[in-house]
Design a protein around this ligand. Structure first.
Ligand code: SF4
Length: 85
């Protein structure tokens, strides 16, 4: 759900939370599927939040600081996929 725009005109969405880590990429329900055969680990929006451990996150999903926004790098890519440079 879009809740506003950032300084550069990009869309800002409410964190896309799930209960636990889902088996499928929850972003696909919002933005559709990405390029065939690509995984979130190859997307520039995927990163690891490093604290005592490393927690996988998707910048497009948002980060609540909890497991509800953990995002596997093995998920199939969504329609917001952009390759890492
Ligand atoms: S493809 Fe990129 S934007 Fe889409 S869910 Fe994966 S990491 Fe997030």
């Amino acid at each position: 759900m879009k809740i506003g725009e950032d300084l550069f005109g990009g869309e800002v969405h409410a964190p896309l939370k799930t209960k636990g880590r889902p088996k499928v990429n929850p972003c696909i329900a919002v933005w559709g599927t990405g390029p065939e055969g690509t995984k979130c680990g190859a997307c520039k929006h995927h990163y690891f939040r490093r604290l005592a451990s490393a927690y996988p996150k998707c910048a497009k999903r948002g980060d609540t600081g909890s497991a509800s926004t953990d995002h596997s790098s093995r998920y199939p890519a969504c329609g917001q996929f952009e390759p890492k440079s």
